[in-house]
Write a protein that binds this ligand. Structure first.
Ligand SMILES: Cc1cc2nc3c(=O)[nH]c(=O)nc-3n(C[C@H](O)[C@H](O)[C@H](O)COP(=O)(O)OP(=O)(O)OC[C@H]3O[C@@H](n4cnc5c(N)ncnc54)[C@H](O)[C@@H]3O)c2cc1C
Length: 305
C-alpha cells in the first residue's frame, strides 16, 4: 500500500470506532513471536465497529486478515494489508447456566468467569491461549473435549457483511474445523451452555489440566501449538516425529521442540520461512516413513504487498 493511502485509511478506520496502528509488528500479537509489520493494524471497539470496518475494507477491496489471540498463526516478514484484531471485543457475561462471550475474549477469561460463577463443563480448555473467535473457528479441543460441544449460538458476519445468528449444531463442528474455517465468516460472539458445579471441583479440574499442559507442552518457549493435525485417531503425530529422530531439528531460529515433537518453537528470532521450511522437512520425512501426508493445524499467512 502506498504511504498516502495508509494515512487516508488511518482516519477512516479510526472514525469507524477502532484503535488504529501503522506498521505494527505482528510478532507482538502472536504467541510464536514471528511476524514483521502490518501496514495497518486495527482493533475495533465494538461488534458494530468491526462490522463497519470489514464492510469498508471489502468495499475498498483492501486485503485483510482477522487475528484473535494469535496462537495458531505464523505471520510473514511484512503484511501489506490490514490486520483486524478482535482484542477489544472481550465482554463475558452470564445468565444462569448460559454464558455469552464476545469473539476477542480469551478462552481463559471465559474459564475464570465460569469458575467465579460456579459453572462447570469447559475446564478441559484451561490454559488454551486463544480467543473465543479463534477457538470456535478451529473447534479447539483438548484432553477429550471440544469447544463445539458447548456452543449453543454463534453470531457472525457473513461474506456479504450480513449479521447472522445460528445455533451450535449449524456450525459444522468437526475435528479442528467449522463452517468458519472454510466459509470466511467472522465470528463476533458465542453463547455457551454449562452446568452449575462446585467451585472447589472446578478449580481442581482446571489445575489438573494446567498441570498436564505444563508437563507435556513446551510452554516455556514461544510456539503456535501443535503444528500438525492428527490424520486419524490412532496416529500420534508427536511420537511419530520423535521416533524419526527429528526432535531438536533446527532451521534458522525454528526448532522441533525437544519436549514435544508436535510443536515447533522459536528458539532465536525465527522467521516465517524458517518455520515453513522445517514444516516441509518434517512432512517429507513422515510421508517417506509412514505414507501419511500431514496437514498443518497452524496457519502460515501469505505475504501481501
Ligand atoms: C502453547 C499452545 C497450546 C495450544 N494448545 C491447544 C490445544 O490444546 N487445543 C487446540 O485446539 N489448540 C491449541 N493451540 C492452538 C490455538 O490456541 C487454538 O487453535 C486457538 O483456538 C486459536 O485461537 P486464536 O484466537 O489464537 O486464533 P488466531 O491464531 O488469532 O487465528 C487463527 C485463525 O482463526 C481466525 N480467526 C481468529 N478470530 C476469528 C474470528 N473472530 N472470526 C473468524 N476468524 C477468526 C484467524 O484469521 C486465523 O485464520 C495451542 C497453542 C499454543 C501456542
Amino acid at each position: 500500500m502506498a504511504r498516502r493511502e495508509l494515512i487516508d485509511y488511518f482516519g477512516s478506520l479510526y472514525m469507524l470506532g477502532a484503535d488504529v496502528r501503522l506498521n505494527e509488528p505482528l510478532k507482538w500479537h502472536t504467541t510464536i513471536r514471528i511476524g514483521g509489520p502490518a501496514s495497518v493494524f486495527v482493533s475495533p471497539y465494538s461488534c458494530e465497529s468491526l462490522s463497519e470496518t470489514i464492510g469498508f475494507l471489502r468495499s475498498e477491496k483492501i486485503p485483510y486478515r482477522i487475528i484473535g489471540g494469535g496462537s495458531n498463526v505464523v505471520c510473514p516478514d511484512r503484511y501489506g494489508g490490514v490486520v483486524v484484531s478482535t482484542r477489544n471485543l472481550n465482554l463475558v457475561k452470564s445468565s444462569g447456566e448460559r454464558v455469552l462471550v464476545e469473539a476477542g475474549a480469551s478462552v481463559n477469561s471465559l474459564l475464570w468467569h465460569c469458575l467465579s460463577k460456579e459453572l462447570t463443563g469447559m475446564e478441559f480448555l484451561a490454559g488454551l491461549p486463544g480467543s473465543i473467535g479463534g477457538a470456535v473457528l478451529m473447534n479447539a479441543g483438548a484432553f477429550g473435549g471440544e469447544i463445539g460441544e458447548r456452543v449453543t449460538k454463534i453470531l457472525y458476519l457473513d461474506d456479504k457483511s450480513r449479521l447472522i445468528e445460528i445455533d451450535g449444531k449449524s456450525a459444522g463442528f468437526s475435528y479442528r474445523n467449522s463452517i468458519f474455517r472454510s466459509g470466511g465468516g467472522i465470528v463476533l460472539g458465542a453463547e455457551f451452555s454449562l452446568e452449575s458445579g462446585e467451585k472447589s471441583e472446578i478449580r481442581r479440574k482446571m489445575t489438573e489440566i494446567l498441570g498436564k499442559r505444563l508437563e507435556k507442552q513446551p510452554l516455556e518457549e514461544p510456539s503456535a501449538g501443535s503444528v500438525f493435525m492428527r490424520p486419524r485417531p490412532d496416529f500420534y503425530v508427536g511420537s511419530t516425529i520423535e521416533r524419526l529422530g527429528l526432535k531438536s531439528l533446527r532451521v534458522g531460529g525454528a526448532e522441533v521442540s525437544a519436549k514435544h515433537a508436535g510443536f515447533i518453537v522459536n528458539k532465536q528470532s525465527a522467521s516465517q520461512s524458517d518455520v515453513a521450511t522445517l514444516v516441509e522437512i518434517v512432512k517429507k520425512r513422515v510421508r517417506e516413513s509412514t505414507g501419511v501426508d500431514l496437514r498443518t493445524e497452524i496457519e502460515i499467512w501469505k505475504e501481501v504487498e
